[in-house]
Write a protein that binds this ligand. Structure first.
Ligand SMILES: [Zn+2]
Length: 126
């Protein structure tokens, strides 16, 4: 994927301004400090918390994505694979439990990318 792509910082959890600094101090599936985020970009210094309550918008993104995913998953499991609905819902809960942190971080990365513009000159530092 091209580094200048708008999707790059979302998929890689990088700063949307420089596409280099990490958004989070730990990796997603290490499950250590899952909800901790850098306050500023370690590379360009972009502010990741521009105002109080900034990430309420990310909550709606997360809600919409998980809602659509749950519907899609249950339709596939119950209608296409003919699973028992209890098994479908049970396995969905396990899948959502595993990917909860990833989804939380993904929604924040999308929200930050909507609100911060890419500036290629900021990425030259390192
Ligand atoms: Zn940055």
């Amino acid at each position: 994927m091209k580094k200048s792509s708008k999707l790059y910082p979302i998929v890689k959890f990088k700063c949307p301004q420089c596409h280099k600094g990490d958004l989070y101090p730990t990796s997603t599936f290490s499950f250590q400090k899952p909800f901790e985020m850098h306050e500023h970009c370690p590379n360009c210094g972009a502010n990741f918390f521009p105002e109080p309550g900034f990430y309420y918008g990310a909550m709606f993104i997360s809600y919409i994505l998980s809602g659509f995913f749950c519907i899609f998953y249950l339709v596939i499991a119950i209608l296409a694979l003919k699973w028992n609905p209890a098994v479908g819902i049970g396995s969905l809960l396990v899948v959502m439990g595993i990917f909860f942190v990833w989804l939380f971080r993904f929604a924040r990365a999308i929200w930050l990318s909507i609100n911060l513009k890419y500036d290629p000159s900021k990425g030259l530092k390192s």
